[in-house]
Design a protein around this ligand. Structure first.
Ligand code: HMG
Ligand code: MG
Length: 298
C-alpha cells in the first residue's frame, strides 16, 4: 500500500553543503539551487540562518537567497534557530522557516547549545512570527532514531518533542535520523509513535545514509503511510555536530526508486543527475549517489 505520490524535499544546498570545510562561493550555491528548482523540486532547503561561528559555510545564506531565480511553485526553506535567524530569513524572502530541535538532550546541547525545553522556549516567538508573517513553519527533530552522544533515544522522547512542536503550530515535522543508524522495523515504530501526536500525512522522513539503510528506511516509512522525504543531491553532507555522519540519502537514488515503483515525484531525474555532477565537479570528488553515477556514466 505505497503512496501514489510523494513530496521530496531537496536539502543538499543546506544539509549537504553546511558540512563542507572549504568555502563554496555563493554563485556556485545559487547555480546549484537553480538547477534543482528547474529539475522540478517543489521544496528546496536553500539556506540556514545560524551563527557563522558555528557553521561558517552557511554565512552566505542571504546572498544565496538574493541571487536565486525563484521558480513559481518552489518553496525555499531556511533554518532559523532563534529570532535573529528568523529576522534574517524573513528579510531574505524565505517561504518556510525551519526550527530545529532534538529528541536527545545531549545532541540539543551540542548542536544548539541549550536543553530541549530551552529550545522550545526559543522557538515559540519564531513560530508566532512565522504565522504573523504568513510563512510556512516546519520543525526538524534530530536524533529521533539514535544519538551520537547518548546512544538509544526512547520512543517517548520522540513523541514528547513531536507534541511540543505540534503545539507551536508546525505545518510539517521532520523525524530525522541524524546519524543514519535506524533499520526498517525500528523506523516504522518511530514513525507510528510520532503519528500518535501529529498527522501522519504531515510527517516527513529525513534519513542519512551512514549505515546504508536510508532507502530501506524510506520504503519502510512509506509502508506505514509517510509520503514526504528529504534527500540531498549527490548525497552531499553530514552534520557538523555528529562525527562520522555521512550525507543524507542521495536524491538521485530516491528518485530512481520512486520512479521505478511508479510513484510520482514531479522531479526530472536526469536534471538532478546533472546538478549532482555539477556540484561534485566543483567539490572535486565523485558524487555519493549510485544511481547518479550510473546514469552519468551512460
Ligand atoms: P549561542 O552561542 O548559545 O547563541 O548559540 P547566543 O544567542 O548566545 O549568541 C552568540 C553569538 O551568536 C552572538 O554573536 C549572536 O549574535 C550570534 P556575538 O555577539 O558573539 O558576536 N548569533 C547568530 N548569528 C547569526 N544568526 C543567528 C544567530 N544567533 C546567535 N541566528 C545558536 C546558539 C543556536 C545560535 C548556535 O548554537 C548555532 O548557530 N547553532 C547552529 C548549529 C547548526 O546549524 N547545526 C546544523 C543544522 S541542524 C542539522 O543539520 C540537523 C538536521 O539536518 C536534521 C538531522 O539530520 O538531524 C536539521
Ligand atoms: Mg540532516
Amino acid at each position: 500500500n505505497l503512496p501514489r505520490k510523494v513530496k521530496i524535499v531537496e536539502v543538499g544546498p543546506r544539509d549537504g553543503l553546511q558540512n563542507e570545510k572549504e568555502n563554496v562561493p555563493a554563485p556556485v550555491k545559487i547555480e546549484l539551487v537553480d538547477r534543482l528548482s528547474r529539475a522540478g523540486f517543489a521544496n528546496i532547503e536553500a539556506a540556514s540562518f545560524v551563527s557563522p561561528k558555528w557553521v561558517p559555510q552557511m554565512a552566505t545564506s542571504s546572498e544565496v537567497m538574493a541571487g536565486i531565480a525563484r521558480r513559481p511553485g518552489t518553496l525555499y526553506s531556511a533554518l532559523t534557530p532563534n529570532m535573529q535567524g528568523f529576522e534574517a530569513a524573513l528579510a531574505a524572502g524565505a517561504g518556510e522557516v525551519v526550527i530545529f530541535g532534538a529528541a536527545s538532550e545531549a545532541f540539543s546541547q551540542r548542536n544548539i547549545n541549550c536543553s530541549i525545553a530551552e529550545s522550545i522556549a526559543r522557538f515559540e516567538p519564531v513560530a508566532k512570527a512565522a504565522k504573523a508573517n504568513g510563512l510556512r513553519l516546519r520543525a526538524s527533530i534530530s536524533t529521533a532514531f539514535g544519538c551520537p552522544y547518548q546512544g538509544e533515544v526512547p520512543l517517548d522522547a520522540v513523541a514528547d518533542v513531536v507534541a511540543r512542536m505540534r503545539d507551536l503550530g508546525c505545518d510539517e515535522i521532520d523525524i530525522a535520523d541524524t546519524i543514519g543508524v535506524s533499520t526498517p522495523r525500528k523506523t516504522q515504530a518511530v514513525m507510528l509513535r510520532a503519528a500518535q501526536k501529529f498527522p501522519l500525512e504531515r510527517l516527513s522522513g529525513h534519513f542519512h545514509d551512514t549505515y546504508g539503510q536510508a532507502l530501506a528506511n524510506i520504503y519502510a516509512s512509506m509502508e506505514v503511510g509517510v509520503a514526504i522525504f528529504h534527500s540531498s543531491v549527490a548525497g552531499l553532507g553530514g552534520c557538523p555536530y555528529a562525527k562520522g555522519a555521512t550525507g543524507n540519502v542521495a536524491s538521485e537514488d530516491v528518485l530512481y526508486m520512486m520512479h521505478g515503483l511508479g510513484i510520482e515525484t514531479g522531479v526530472d531525474l536526469d536534471q538532478v543527475v546533472d546538478a549532482g555532477q555539477f556540484i561534485s565537479q566543483h567539490l572535486g570528488r565523485k558524487a555519493v549517489s549510485r544511481a547518479g553515477n550510473a546514469i552519468a556514466a551512460k
